[in-house]
Design a protein around this ligand. Sequence first.
Ligand code: ADP
Ligand code: MG
Length: 578
Amino acid sequence: MNTVDALVDFLNRIDGQGYKAYKGLLGTWAFPDFALHVDHVQGDPFARPSRLRVILPPEAAALEDDVLSSPSRRLGVASLLAKRFHEAAQKTMVRRGSGKSGLIEIETPGQEVFAQTAVIVRDDGTVEARFRIGLPAQGRRARGHEAIALLTTDVPAVVSESLHAGSVGHQAILRHALTNEDADALRAELGARGWVAFVADGAKLARASGVDDRPLLGESAVPFSTPAGLTQEVELPNAGTVRGMAIPRGVTLIVGGGYHGKSTLLRAIERGVYNHCYGDGRESVVTDSSAVKIRAEDGRSVAGVDISAFIGTLPQGQDTHSFSTPNASGSTSQAAGIVEALEAGATTLLIDEDTAATNFMIRDRRMQALVPKEAEPITPLVDRVRSLWETRRVSCVIVLGGSGDYLDVADTVVAMRDFRPADVTAEAQRVASELPTGRETETSGPIEAFRTRHPDPTSVDPSTAKREAEVKAFSGPSLVFGDQTIALSAVTQLVSRAQTLAVGRGLLLARDRFMDGRRSVSEILTLVMQVIEKEGLDALDDRSVGDLAQFRPMELAAALNRLRTLEVCSTESVGPGR
Ligand code: ADP
Ligand code: MG
C-alpha cells in the first residue's frame, strides 16, 4: 500500500500536467485510520466524478458491539452513516477549479432503510463508504495541489465527522440500530398473526409536502390514533409493547370524506413494505413485504399478460388470455398490474380510488341496465375481490370514498375522519343490508389460473451501438436499458434512484444468466433474488459501486413488464394459491 506521503509526492509532481495524469491515483493509499481505494478516475473534469472507497477498520470506526449484533441493526447504522457522510460532504467541500473540481458526493438513502452500497457496516465493525470526488482541474490540466487538499484534508475531515462513532454519537447510532431491528420484528409478527399491515398509535403519516418525504411537523400534524375494534398490541425486542391498528387479511376498505387522510394512510401502508429511519414518524408502520400498490397507468405497454379474469374479449375479437398492447387503457393497465403483481408473488394489493380506473373498480346497477354485459368486457374488481381472497388468498386494501358498492364485499371497513380512523365494519354491514345496491354480480366463479409467461431473452436487449450493456437510472424514476427508456413513475414502491439502478442491474443479471426462453417470469425473479440474497448487492456489479440499493422481486418485475420490447410466450397455467 502506498503512503499518504507518496500520494502527496505524486500529486505535487503532476500539478499542471494533462488531466490524464490522475490515472496514476488508481490503487490503494494508506491513511492513518483508513485505506483509500481509488477505483476509477474520471476522463476529464466534466465527466462523472471519480469513484473512491474508504475502508475503516473496526478500531477506527469504533462502533460498539450492541449496534453490530444483528444484520438488521447494522443496516440501520449504515443508513445513518451514509446520511451523515452526505451532510459532512455538503459542509466540507469547496470548489477547487473548473467543472466538478472539489466535489464530494455519496448516494444518500431517503427515509426508507434497506441494504445499500453507499455505506456498508460489516459484522466485525469494519465500515466502508463508497463515494465520488471531482478531481481538481484548471481547464484540462490537473491541479495537483488542490487535489492534495481535497484528498488529504477534505476527505479525511468528512470521514472523521461521519464515520467515526465518536463524532456521530453512540446514542444516535444505537437508536437507528434498534429502530430498524424493531421494524423487522414487527413485520415478522404480521404473518404470524394474520395481518397485512400494522399502524402504530402516534405514528406520523403525513409528509412535509408532495415532494418532501420527511414528516410533516408542527401542530397541524395529527398523530395516528388507533380505532377501537382494530387495536392490537405487539411486543418488540427493544421498544417494548407497541399498540396500533392491525389490518387483518381479507378485503379491507378505507372510506371517508375527501381530504380526511385516506390516501395518506394508504401511502404509509404502501411504504410500510420497507423500514423507516428513526425520526421518520412511520417507524412502526409496517406492511406485508409482498404488498403491491396497483394503479391505472394508461399508455403503458403490456406483454402477453393473462387478464381474462378481469377483462373478456375486447373489440375486434382481441383475446385477453395473452394480452399485449403498446398502449394500454386505464382498465387494462390496472388488470395487467394485478396479474403481474401476483406473478411476482404479491399476497396483498393496495388500491386508491385517486389512481384507479373507475370502470375497473365499479359498475353500478344503472350502468348494468344501460350497457348490456355482452357489450362490456370488464368484470369490475368489486366482483373479483372476494375470489382473489377466497381462492387465491390475496388480500386487498382499497381506498374508496366514492362508491358504497364495495360494502357488500368488505371484511373490514375503516373510516377516516379528520385524519383519525374508526372501525365502521358493523355499521357498513348494516348499511349494506338496509340499502341493497340492486346490482347483479357479474361473475360468481373463482378466478381461474393465470397463464404462465416465459420471456424471450432476445427481446430484453441491454446493448446499444456503443456498448454491450447500458444501464442507467434517473430519479423520477426511469431506467435506461440498452436503447430503451423504461418509465417507472407509476411504480410508487420504487423509492430511490439507487433502487432503480439496482433493478436495472438485476434485469441485466436476469437476462444474462436466467432468461432462456423456457423459464417463467416468476422463476427468473426468484433466481435473481436468490443471487442477491446469497452474494449481496455487489453481485449486481463487479466494480464495487456505491449506488445500489435493495429491491423486491415486484419492482424488478415492474421494470421488466414495462420494457416496451418485451416479448413472451405463454402457457397454461399457474394454479390458485401459489
Ligand atoms: P383523502 O385521500 O382522504 O382525500 P389525503 O390523504 O390526500 O386525503 O389528505 C389530504 C391532506 O391532508 C394532505 O395534504 C395530507 O398531507 C394531509 N394529511 C393527511 N393526514 C394528515 C394528518 N394525520 N395530519 C395532518 N395532515 C394530514
Ligand atoms: Mg385520496
